[in-house]
Design a protein around this ligand. Structure first.
Ligand code: TXA
Ligand code: MG
Length: 349
């Protein structure tokens, strides 16, 4: 299959290209598209065989459910068994935006879309290209991140092309995304709302709107006996090819430790990458050093994370040593991705 890449200006949408993209979706095909978080790989959410194609293209385990993307508030009630007051409040406050709600599904949502679960994940993305594709494609687009399963999520159309070239007919190129990490997922089907995946919308932001919000205890540690409630969170994920090691603690000691680990690895013949910040980067003088941005611009750090992991893959680095970002507002979400990419390998100094 030839993969076409079409540039779409999000401020001046090419109607003809979008109606073609919508046609592909309505006929059961796949289209990759930009959202404000990461690029998605879309198919008609109400067409079971279209949803199956997503799993094939990504090499994704079929028990890992998909998020259904909508463009109208009304569409939530077409998918959900019931829209609770909490769901309505969160949708009104944060949609369009990087928040996914898990609700009980009704019979119009095929099991292929939800990995056999009786719940469905729904979000309204904040991106004009995504919203137009949803409208043109019939109103309901199932889409995971548009990467090969297990790889870092794509934040640019080039990343999608690298992973999926020849496997899908069309990539809509809307340029680099804004947020850079996937949406916050909150499960509204239990006694208390629970965050299953941290993201740009934090627990505090949710709590301001609906009161008490829990965090899935399984997110806390690698050796947790808890089983993550979002099936996708159990896989090694977001991972670069290199071995990633995180170093946390007093900033001075972190720099020294990373330099020491890098020296040892280089002496052993490995190609080394280092992820620092604008504040520290000049103090790393060996290996391939990259700044993820300044600690004063935490949104920028989230935006750069996946691109940097992919660039280290391109450079065929064997080991990556990275600083940690737990103290930032969005740090919980960034650390969640880094810890998974590092398979929870963290050195405390
Ligand atoms: O920002 C995003 O959410 C991006 C863009 C494309 O919208 N999408 C995304 O999709 O990250 P994906 O498939 O890579 O991650 C979806 C996560 C998986 O961990 C999956 O297990 C979980 O959502 N999930 C989906 N439906 C669920 C359900 N009914 N119950 C629990 N977890 C669910
Ligand atoms: Mg994903």
């Amino acid at each position: 299959m030839i993969t076409e890449i079409r540039k779409i200006d999000k401020n001046q949408i090419d109607r003809e290209a979008m109606s073609w993209a919508g046609e592909i979706i309505r006929q059961g095909g796949l289209v990759a598209f930009p959202t404000e978080t990461v690029y998605g790989l879309g198919a008609d959410a109400r067409n079971a065989s279209a949803a199956k194609k997503i799993y094939e293209a990504k090499g994704r385990p079929s028990d890992n459910p998909l998020i259904v993307h909508i463009a109208e508030y009304q569409s939530l009630s077409e998918l959900a068994k019931e829209v609770t007051p909490e769901a309505r409040l969160l949708a009104e406050t944060f949609w369009p935006g990087p928040l996914t709600l898990i609700v009980k599904k009704n019979d119009t949502v095929p099991n292929e879309t939800t990995g056999g679960l009786d719940t469905v994940a729904v979000r309204m993305p904040d991106h004009s290209v995504a919203l137009e594709l949803i409208r043109q494609g019939g109103g309901y687009i199932a889409a995971p991140s548009a990467n090969t399963s297990g790889k870092p999520s794509p934040t640019r159309a080039e990343h999608v092309a690298f992973d999926l070239d020849g496997k899908i007919p069309l990539i809509l190129d809307g340029g680099p995304v804004g947020v850079g990490i996937e949406s916050t997922i909150v499960d509204l089907t239990g006694d208390c709302p629970m965050i299953l995946r941290p993201g740009y919308i934090t627990r505090e932001m949710l709590a301001e709107v609906i009161g008490d919000v829990k965090v899935d205890p399984a997110l806390a540690a690698a050796d947790s006996v808890e089983k993550p409630r979002a099936p996708g969170m159990k896989y090694r994920h977001y991972a670069p090819q290199a071995e990633l090691v995180l170093v946390d603690g007093d900033p001075e000691r972190v720099v020294d430790k990373i330099n020491e680990l890098a020296d040892t690895a280089i002496a052993a013949g490995w190609k080394v990458g280092i992820i620092g910040t604008d504040e520290t980067i000049l103090r790393y003088s060996r290996g391939e050093t990259v700044s993820i941005g300044t600690r004063r611009d935490e949104d920028g750090i989230a935006q750069n994370l996946y691109r940097i992991l992919r660039e280290f893959d391109d450079r065929k680095v064997d080991k990556i040593y990275s600083e940690c970002f737990s103290d930032l507002r969005i740090g919980q979400a960034v650390m969640n991705r880094l810890l998974k990419a590092a398979a929870f390998h963290i050195v405390e100094v």
